[in-house]
Ligand binder design. Structure first.
Ligand code: M6R
Length: 608
């Protein structure tokens, strides 16, 4: 939710800020703005709509000359996406400007207090109180004013602040929202994530909660809430510039779909050594694993669905009960989590507010936590007891694809690792599943290659008002994610059902030409799903089956088909999802949707 950037150096700040905002646009894209410290004070430009509007309004930044500044791209929480509500917000005396990612929960009380003290608010945002607080506490020491203002805030924030009294400095503060400093030569940067930094520098400092910094062209000083300096190490950013570019593809989403063989290989290959799964960062002893009474997997959205699909492998192989819980629900449910529970937390961004809260709830109740995360140095990655990175590289499209499949890959690795440690899998089965897993990058590639008809299927089905997805067992878990993909990028109503459940109510909605995507890749229950297909067809549904070419009966029964290669059922979700991602993509394309930036969504959901 929202992206912030900042720059100080010898170059013109505005074009750099605009470029950084474009890289962060996936985090929020309903309005944007920049503030530059110019000759005559702070110059601000902000617009509702996309960054392109801001580029146009500022003539590529030329209208705001100056060498230090801050920028913001917004996903509105408090107040509509208007020019006035867009950031940066400026203090009444014009001395300070602030950009903010996060939510200030006590902003109403603070606003009342500020109004009583004579500070006028002009926007409906929670953010504006911050800049007025800084002005109120300013008595010549900017650092002190930022610290004091921050101490009054409840909620989450990553802040960027500029002040006319320090024309070459930008100030930042962090509490439960990501903030990374980019270390350059004669110039320094900050941003909400590394994608906005990699074209300038590979050297980064990850700020922690309750830390502040002042950036000048030649120095970065990190300090704590007492104003005392904090030693920070500089990390190397591993992601390359191309990874965050479209590379000739029309959309990031398509690029990320076809990148999946490589991404899944990056998640798996370094973790298999001499025929064994090795989980550096999550080594667990036999004693610990054998003492676990249950595993709870928690996450939001697609990450949750990855957990639903991965659950089967862990439970079947480890013979431990595995429960999946939505992270947005977990802490309101007095969950049965204790020191004998292993809590697995899945998150591409590592910053999802509800997932962070679920992780903390688990830790409070004594559980050990294992995070499976893509973004290095993210809050979840740092907070968990064990962390396994998915190594998917930057995922820019708001709808996740390689984020989901790499999460699954790591869950499968963990299932094999834990089962072996606990002595619950024999060598033959272990070896066979491990070689199936190693073959998954190839199988995913085959799933991309063997479905050239998907654009044509999208042409046939894109005008439907709704699409049902159905399957049983592992197929059902994939149906959930397939339906979410369809909803979020094509805006078609899409629902997933456990195939046997349809006739308990939803079948009432089946009418002539209603598309039903039937997942049928689980041999054990093929016949059962086929019966459900016959039932919906009898009521006029058009069935688009996802199955194996070898499943001749299914191919004959369905109106249309998409295929996956033959794979081990327990691990099939990682391949099965690929044609469904492509289907959603091409339906959205037919419907002229903004595929990489679907309406109302943001990539990283940092509010609860
Ligand atoms: O960054 P996370 O994996 O924690 O994000 C969780 C969900 O917000 C995310 O998966 C969301 O459902 C995506 N829009 C799915 O495409």
């Amino acid at each position: 939710m929202c992206g912030i950037v900042g720059y100080t150096g010898a170059l013109e700040a505005a074009p750099i800020l605009l470029d950084g905002l474009k890289k962060l646009e996936y985090r929020g894209y309903d309005s944007a703005g920049i503030a530059v410290l110019g000759k005559d004070g702070i110059e601000v430009s902000k617009v509702s709509g996309r960054i392109e509007n801001l580029v146009e309004k500022t003539e590529g930044g030329r209208l705001l000359p100056g060498n230090a500044g801050i920028g913001h791209t917004r996903w509105a929480t408090h107040g509509a996406p208007t020019d006035v509500n867009a950031h940066p917000h400026v203090s009444n005396d014009g001395r300070f400007a602030v950009v903010h990612n996060g939510i200030i929960e006590n902003y109403i009380d603070l606003r009342d207090e500020l109004i009583k003290n004579g500070y006028a608010s002009i926007s409906e945002t929670d953010t504006e109180v911050i800049v007025h607080l800084i002005e109120m506490y300013y008595a010549g020491d900017i650092k002190r004013a930022v610290i004091k203002a921050s101490s009054r805030l409840s909620g989450s924030y990553a802040l960027g602040v500029v002040c006319t009294d320090a024309p070459h400095s930008v100030f930042v503060a962090r509490e439960r929202s990501p903030l990374i400093l980019g270390v350059g030569l004669g110039e320094n940067y900050f941003a909400s994530d590394v994608t906005a930094l990699v074209s300038h520098t590979r050297n980064a400092i990850y700020l922690d909660d309750d830390e502040f910094a002042e950036l000048t062209p030649d120095s970065i000083t990190v300090f704590n809430c007492a104003g005392q300096p904090v030693e920070k190490s500089v990390s190397r950013i591993a992601w390359d510039i191309q990874a965050a570019e479209k590379g000739g593809y029309e959309h990031f989403m398509l690029k990320e779909i076809v990148e999946q063989p490589r991404a899944v290989k990056a998640a798996i290959a370094p973790r298999i050594k001499d025929g064994e799964v090795v989980l550096e960062g999550a080594e667990m002893s036999k004693e610990y694993l054998s003492g676990i009474s249950k595993i709870v997997i928690t996450a939001c959205g697609s990450a949750y669905y990855a957990g639903c699909a991965g659950r089967f492998a862990i439970e079947k192989l480890c013979r431990v009960p595995v429960k999946t819980d939505l992270a947005s629900e977990l802490r309101y449910d007095d969950p049965l989590i204790d020191e004998k529970t292993l809590l697995i937390v899945l998150s591409q961004s590592g910053e999802t507010a509800d997932t962070i809260a679920a992780l903390r709830e688990g830790q409070k109740r004594g559980a050990k936590t294992l995070a499976i995360v893509n973004v290095v140095g993210s809050t979840i990655a740092k907070a968990a007891d064990y962390t396994l990175y998915t190594y998917a590289g930057p995922e820019i499209a708001v709808a996740t694809t390689k984020g989901y499949t790499t999460q699954l890959a790591v869950l499968y690795l963990f299932a094999l690792y834990a089962a072996k440690k606990m002595g619950r899998i024999d060598k033959e089965r272990y070896d066979s599943l491990l070689s199936s897993l190693q073959a998954m990058p190839r199988r995913i590639q085959e799933a991309v290659d063997m479905n050239p008809n998907i654009p044509a299927l999208a042409k046939k089905y894109h005008k439907s008002r709704s699409v049902f997805f159905m399957g049983r067992n592992t197929d059902y878990s994939v149906a959930l994610e397939g339906a979410l993909k369809m909803k979020e990028i094509s805006y078609l109503h899409a629902e997933a059902y456990a195939a046997g459940e349809l006739k308990h109510g939803t079948i009432a909605l089946i009418e002539d030409k209603q598309p039903v995507v039937a997942l049928c890749c689980n041999d054990r229950i093929t016949e059962k799903t086929m019966s459900n297909i016959v039932e919906v067809k009898a009521r006029g549904a058009e069935v688009l089956a996802l199955t194996y070419r070898e499943n001749k009966k299914m191919v004959a029964l369905a109106d249309d088909t998409m295929f996956i290669p033959l794979v081990e059922t327990l691990l099939s979700a990682i391949v099965e999802i690929v044609p469904l991602q492509l289907l959603a993509y091409y339906v959205a394309k037919e419907n002229g949707c903004d595929i990489d930036k679907p309406k109302n969504l943001a990539k990283s959901v940092t509010v609860e």
